[in-house]
Design a binder for this molecule. Sequence first.
Ligand SMILES: NC(=O)c1ccc[n+]([C@@H]2O[C@H](COP(=O)([O-])OP(=O)(O)OC[C@H]3O[C@@H](n4cnc5c(N)ncnc54)[C@H](O)[C@@H]3O)[C@@H](O)[C@H]2O)c1
Length: 390
Amino acid sequence: MRDGKLCVAQIGCGAFAAEQDLPNFQANPRVECTWCCDVNEENARNRARQFGVPKVTTDIMEVMADDEVDFVKVATSHEAHLPIIEAAARTGKHVFCEKPMAMDLREALEIIGIVRRSGIKLCVDLNRRMAPSLHALRARWQAHRANPVTHPWRYVEAIRDPLPDELTSHLLIRIQDDSASYRMIHLDPLRGGGLIIGEMVHWLDLACWWFAPQIPIEVHAWGSTRLTHGINLKFSEGDTATMLFHTGGSFDYPKEMFEVTCRGGFFRNEFFVENQYYGMPGPERETFPLLRDCLPEVGAQGGFAGYMEKYRARVRGLANAKEGHSSLTVDKGWGAMLDGFITAILDDQAPPCDEMAGYLSTYLAQLAIQSITTRQALPVPLERVVFSVI
Ligand SMILES: NC(=O)c1ccc[n+]([C@@H]2O[C@H](COP(=O)([O-])OP(=O)(O)OC[C@H]3O[C@@H](n4cnc5c(N)ncnc54)[C@H](O)[C@@H]3O)[C@@H](O)[C@H]2O)c1
C-alpha cells in the first residue's frame, strides 16, 4: 500500500496494457501502478514514460521482492501465466490475470492448487460479465424469465399448456472479427493457442455467468479450431447459448452483438452502448455511456446510432494516423472488473471472476476444440465442473 492506495505492478506492457490496464489504473482512485515489467525493456520503458510509472524492470523477481506491491496485473502472452502466478503466490501477492487464465486443463488445475494453497486472490479478466449494459440486460431477462408479462396483443394458444422447449431461453452471441489484425501470438499453438482458447473464452464465460446457477452440460462446436467457428452450449435447465465467431469481418461495424429470446420476450444488446427490449411492457430502449469518449460533441443522441457517428468521425480523423482508437472505447467491463478485484482484496471477499471461472472457460474451450475435431456433441461431466483441489 502507498498513501492508502493498493500498489499494482504491470507485468506485460504491450498493446493491452497501453489501451486498458494503465489507463484504468489511472482512472481508479484506490490503486497506483508502481512498476512496469516486461521482458522487452523498450516496451516497459515506453509504458512507464507514457503513464508516469516510477519503476521499470525486465525481471519479475524484482517486482516480487517489493513488499509494497499488493497485486500484479498479468498481460503477457498466455504461456507465461503459470510461472508468474507461482512467483506471485510465493511472495503473497494477489494476481489479476488476463484471459485465458490457462491454455489447458492441467495448467488450469495447477493454478487452482497454487491459489488455494497460498491463500492469494486471483481474478481473471473475463471482463464481459462486468459490462454495465449486459448487467442491465440480464436483470431484465431474469425478471421476465421468472414472471413473463408480454404485450396484451400477443396471440397465445389457449387450448394447450406451453411445451417444455417453449419455456427455455436462448442467448445468441455474434462475433465478427478481422483476423488481419491478430498479432502472431494469438495463432502460435504454443504461446497463444488459437482463437478458441485466446478469445472465445470471453463468451464461454459470459454464457456460464449469464445462466448461473445452471451449469453447462453439453458442448457442440463446428468450423475451424483456428479461426472461424461456432459453439452451442447447453445448460442444466435446458437453456442454450450459441456463439458464432467469424474472422472475415471488418472493424467498421462493431464486433459483438448479444440477443436473448425468452417466453415471448426479446432482449438485445448492441455493442455495449444500447439495450432494446421487445415483446413486453416497460422501457423499450436504454443507452449506456462510453468508457472513453474523445468526441463527446458528435453523436450526442447516444446509443448505437450515436456510437456509429462517433466511430465514423474518429476513423475519418485517423485516415493518416493509425493510432488513438482506444480514445473511443465502449464499456466492456474492464474498469468494473478492476474495481471489483480491489474491493475483493480490501474487504477480503471473493473476486468477481475467480480461478474456477478461469478454469471452466478454458475447459469448455478445449471441449469445443475436441468437438470440432471429432465432429461430435460432447457431454460436460459434472465432476469436471464441481470438484475439490488440494
Ligand atoms: N480482456 C480483454 O478484453 C483483452 C483484450 C486484448 C488482449 N487481452 C489479453 O492481454 C494479453 C496481452 O495481449 P497484448 O495484445 O497486449 O499482447 P502484446 O504482444 O502486445 O503484449 C504482450 C507483452 O507481454 C510481454 N511478455 C511476454 N512474456 C513475458 C514475460 N514472461 N514476462 C514479462 N513480459 C512478458 C511481451 O514482451 C509484450 O510486451 C493477452 O493475454 C490477451 O489475451 C485481453
